[in-house]
Ligand binder design. Structure first.
Ligand code: GP9
Ligand code: MN
Length: 702
């Protein structure tokens, strides 16, 4: 063996040599993961350099901790620290694959509420090769155990250990300095976790995220009533007026809010092999009494469904990291739609076929003033009734009726569907349309579960018509967020019939349906740009409730004062004129604007300011729990302890309320249940007497 190789190999038998080898291997796999597992959006030589550099500083410092210890202990400590860092990398690889984002301390904190179901998805996304990230740790341990690499028992000189720590810190300073130079306010604006990882690495991101979460508790403690002033000043300037043509047109009607899980706008009128994927939703969309918005975007971040719910019912944004519902849903003061409406005489109820703790709904819904929450415990359970996260939609809708009919009218009922959820698997007996053939297994089942959801919706709608609810209700439908994440670019291109998709196309791909149907209102496809934050003010317009006085960051989509700049949660935005993604600005045709005029720059800057301001003020409201300092006129503060979602208590109270108020569907039907009006072709129920085939393809409306 040549001498220099021999001497190099020999060096791993020293503490410094072994430590260096560990650092280099950790760097190498992190870098490979950066390149192959994450989409960090590295642009230009400087960012590329920073990316190569950024795993080093924290690895040098953290692994260097072991060097301060004696004898064999330092080797094992080195391996433990290496394994811990690797586990963080491993967890993020999996998390990113599904959520296109890094795991945050907020998500970990809230996983107590969400863990039971995250496990199911995890099993689907894990690849055997993922475990390769542990290969170097295992190899090093084996080499030590079999004495291929000899442990150097001599104490490592303290001043060498300190020097290495200092080198790590100095490199960190270089990394931070270069990053701040390339992207100012990196740590203060927290727009995107991808940025933090791209510039400062995964370990720093972990520290940062945990620090942020701790800070959250502190912000609340520090906030005071005077913080509300800037919020009120902003709203005074930005809230939009009503639209007299629509104001109060659905006043006093029941309200159905139907949450279409993972449902994207592109599915509307979409065909696979000439067959409509969602014929019933399409009909509803084009109904002459349905106001449909075709430039409506989801604005969720890591909180996904819970972010959508937060926006839809509070007109407050979810948070940049974690779920606001989970982190603040229990302790904060809210003035949510259910509370406002119940104080105006509505009965309010949420229906969902999953456990109550998911996204902390069991607590957040009390803070939001829901009188009732019907979750999995309220539904009959049979092994084939569930798929993925919970009850199959057809069974869910059907079995909701026995509670729905007991609600005194007018009621506000939110039904959260579930079957059209990642990973879009559906049992054979429920499949009635072919999968797409992009070859991407995560994507191809999507149309199948969407088709199933469409049928379930149609069955429910048919029931509403038979039970007389269709004509005295306002029915609101919305898609909560994307179903196909941006990680599936090739498949998305195929679905859209394009060769490839640009970043601009992906921004457009974030559109979700938003439809409002009420008898007698003038429907049609409305092209106004808006997002989930605007839903509540729009619904209030139709219900004849003035937004003024409420802390709502969205504006009525029907108002002429509505601002059409739609914020994404990471600070990017879309609008009818300019779209800004990262640092790139596009015109309305999706063309990159390379050399912008001074006037264009000014406009884009103003739009960015608007977006940044609304996001950060909304965050302040939630993080500082500012609504505890402000009560809208005529609104009574919600007292959580007035509510209980316990099955026995609820059943009792529903019984009592039939006597008190004689306005429920059941009462109106002289106490006779309307359940047998419900027709479903759900194969799981086919033996039961009340169900028969038909209706799945029935028309949704005329
Ligand atoms: C779970 C369901 C899914 O109860 O609402 O939430 P998501 O994974 O879409 O955020
Ligand atoms: Mn969802």
């Amino acid at each position: 063996m040549p001498k220099f190789i021999k001497s190099t190999v020999g060096k791993v038998n020293t503490t410094l040599g072994f430590y260096t080898l560990t650092v280099v291997l950790f760097w190498l796999k992190t870098y490979i993961a950066y390149k192959t597992e994450f989409t960090l959006g590295v642009k230009g030589a400087v960012q590329q350099f920073i990316l190569i550099l950024n795993p080093f500083p924290t690895a040098i410092v953290l692994l260097g901790i072991a060097l301060y210890f004696r004898g064999r202990l330092k080797y094992w400590l080195l391996m433990i620290i290496d394994a811990l860092q690797t586990t963080w990398l491993f967890a993020n690889i999996l998390y990113y694959r599904e959520f296109s984002d890094f795991m945050s301390a907020g998500v970990i904190k809230s996983s107590g509420a969400a863990s039971n179901n995250l496990g199911t998805s995890l099993a689907q996304i894990i690849h055997a090769t993922d475990f390769l990230v542990y290969a170097d740790v295992v190899l090093l341990i084996l080499l030590l155990a079999f004495k291929v690499i000899r442990i150097d028992p001599r104490p490592f000189k303290l001043r060498y250990a300190a020097t290495l720590t200092m080198i790590g810190v100095a490199l960190f300073a270089v990394d931070l300095g270069m990053s701040e130079h390339d992207r100012s306010d990196l740590l203060t604006r927290t727009f995107d976790n991808n940025y933090i990882v791209k510039y400062l690495g995964l370990n720093t991101y972990a520290g940062y995220s945990f620090y942020q979460t701790e800070k959250e508790s502190a912000t609340r403690a520090q906030a005071s009533s005077s913080d509300m002033k800037s919020v009120l000043a902003y709203l005074k300037k930005n809230q939009a007026g009503d639209n007299v043509k629509y104001f109060g047109k659905a006043k006093g009607k029941n309200v159905f809010v139907i949450h279409l899980e993972s449902f994207q706008q592109f599915l509307i009128d979409y065909k696979v092999d000439g067959k409509e994927v969602t014929p019933n939703l399409n009909k509803f969309y084009h109904n002459k009494n349905t106001l449909s918005f075709d430039n409506f975007y989801h604005q969720v971040a890591q909180g996904k469904t819970s972010d959508a719910e937060m926006m839809m019912e509070n007109s407050l944004f979810g948070l940049p990291t974690g779920s606001a519902m989970t982190q603040y849903g229990t302790s904060n003061t809210f003035q949510a739609a259910p509370a406002i409406l119940s104080q105006k005489g509505y009965t309010t109820a949420a229906f969902h076929g999953d456990v109550a703790s998911f996204w902390n709904r069991d607590n957040a819904y009390k803070s939001w003033g829901y009188n009732y929450f019907f979750y999995s415990a309220y539904y009959k359970e049979k092994s084939d009734y569930n798929i993925g996260y919970g009850l199959k939609d057809k069974i869910f809708f059907k079995d909701s009726v026995k509670y729905l009919e007991q609600l005194p009218q007018p009621f506000y009922a939110k039904l959260i569907t579930l079957t059209n959820h990642y990973p879009y698997t559906l049992d054979k007996q429920n499949q009635s349309i072919d999968k797409t053939t992009t070859g991407d297994s995560t994507v191809d089942g999507y149309v199948q579960t969407a088709h199933y959801l469409d049928q379930a919706f149609a069955e429910f709608l048919t029931y509403l018509k038979k039970a007389g609810l269709y004509k005295n209700s306002m029915i609101v439908l919305y898609g909560d967020h994307y179903g196909i994440s941006n990680n599936h670019r090739a498949a998305i291109a195929q679905l859209l019939g394009k060769k490839s998709v640009t970043t601009y196309d992906l921004a457009q791909f974030q559109k979700v349906p938003f439809m409002i149907h009420a008898p007698g209102i003038k429907g049609g496809v409305n092209h106004t740009y808006g997002g989930e934050i605007d839903a509540l003010p729009t619904m209030f317009d139709l219900l004849g409730i003035k937004n003024k006085g409420y802390i709502q960051f969205g504006t009525d989509l029907l108002s002429k004062d509505h601002n059409q700049t739609v914020a994404f949660r990471n600070g990017d935005f879309v609008s009818p004129t300019y779209t800004k993604i990262g640092s790139t600005v596009y015109n309305s045709k999706g063309e990159k604007l390379e050399n912008m005029t001074a006037a264009q720059k000014k406009t884009v800057k103003q739009m960015q300011n608007h977006v940044t301001t609304e996001l950060s003020l909304s965050d302040r409201v939630i993080q500082g729990d500012l609504l505890r300092f402000y009560t809208p006129k005529g609104f009574k503060k919600v007292n959580k302890s007035d509510y209980s979602y316990k099955l026995t208590k609820t059943l009792k109270s529903l019984k009592e309320i039939q006597e008190e108020k004689k306005t429920s569907v059941l009462s109106k039907n002289k106490g006779k249940s309307t359940e047998d009006l419900y027709k479903t072709d759900a194969p799981e129920l086919s033996s039961s007497s009340s169900s028969s085939s038909s209706s799945s393809s029935s028309s949704s409306s005329k």
